[in-house]
Design a protein around this ligand. Structure first.
Ligand SMILES: Nc1ncnc2c1ncn2[C@@H]1O[C@H](COP(=O)(O)OP(=O)(O)OP(=O)(O)O)[C@@H](O)[C@H]1O
Length: 251
């Protein structure tokens, strides 16, 4: 792993209706790292990753992918990027193969390369048997997988994935882990958000824990955990809540 950053976020701030969702995020993701972004619901992970990939304009701050500013040089930055956004509508009135073809041609890829890679991705991600089913009729996990296939199609050097394991069955999750592991082994860089501590602990070289729009802990997994389970560190950082038994007495 080289230490020059593949993704640099500087002072990112975002407010929604005056409410701070992201309150000044700085992050340097080293090239060749496998980076996990953790945080409780509403911590600001999706907002941060959306600003990092050019989907949401920050109120302040900047994002750079492999040296290209996402907002000043968007084409170059996006060429180097594969993204799996959360909750962004796909062109889902297409079949999986049609969506991949559309995505590849939009990116200016040769038709035969798109066709070959699409076949590979649909096979590996077990989507080939969905046949002529429209993406709108896919299950939630299948939608994640076709989104991941679209992100990988142009073989980008950096992947930014929002909750890639959400709603995905255990067999597919293992498959996605293998694909990402190989991708990083081949020199790619991944940052992904997740709520699954075990996945982050097992896969990642680095981790950042967000809460209330700020990065609270950051470093290699060994540094952040210092010999403790990641879940314990996470609960300590974000502040755990336990039910005392008095709540929901009516239930
Ligand atoms: N489009 C929006 N309009 C208004 N508020 C928003 C919008 N998007 C996000 N927020 C708010 O910003 C905060 C951060 O949300 P965000 O989706 O980034 O969190 P998250 O860490 O990804 O959460 P989760 O783990 O639940 O997906 C939340 O308080 C959310 O309500």
């Amino acid at each position: 792993m080289t230490e020059s950053p593949a993704l640099v976020l500087r002072g990112l701030v975002k407010r929604f209706d005056g409410v701070l969702a992201v309150a000044g995020v700085d992050l340097a993701v080293p090239a060749g790292s496998f980076y996990g972004l953790l945080g409780p619901n509403g911590a600001g992970k999706t907002t941060t990753l959306s600003m990092a990939v050019g989907l949401l304009r920050p109120d302040q701050g900047s994002a750079e992918v492999l040296g290209r500013d996402v907002w000043h040089d968007p084409l170059a930055a996006k060429r180097a990027l594969g993204t799996l956004p959360d909750g962004v509508r796909m062109f889902d009135r297409l079949t999986g193969p049609e969506l991949l073809e559309y995505t590849g041609l939009l990116r200016g890829m040769p038709r035969d390369v798109v066709a070959e890679r699409s076949r590979d991705l649909l096979d590996v991600l077990d989507l080939a048997r969905a046949g002529r089913t429209l993406v709108v009729d896919y299950s939630a996990g299948m939608k994640k997988k076709i989104g991941l296939a679209c992100a990988l199609l142009h073989a980008p050097r950096m992947l930014v994935l929002d909750e890639p394991f959400e709603a995905v069955d255990p067999v597919s999750a293992a498959l996605i882990r293998d694909i990402l592991h190989r991708y990083v082994g081949g020199g790619g860089t991944v940052i992904f958000s997740s709520h699954v501590m075990a996945v982050v602990e097992k896969l990642c070289s680095h981790v950042a824990i967000m809460a209330e729009g700020r990065i609270r802990r950051v470093g290699t997994v060994e540094e952040v955990c210092a010999g403790r389970p990641l879940e314990d560190v996470f609960v300590e950082v974000v502040g755990g809540r336990t039910a005392t038994g008095a709540e929901l007495a009516w239930l």
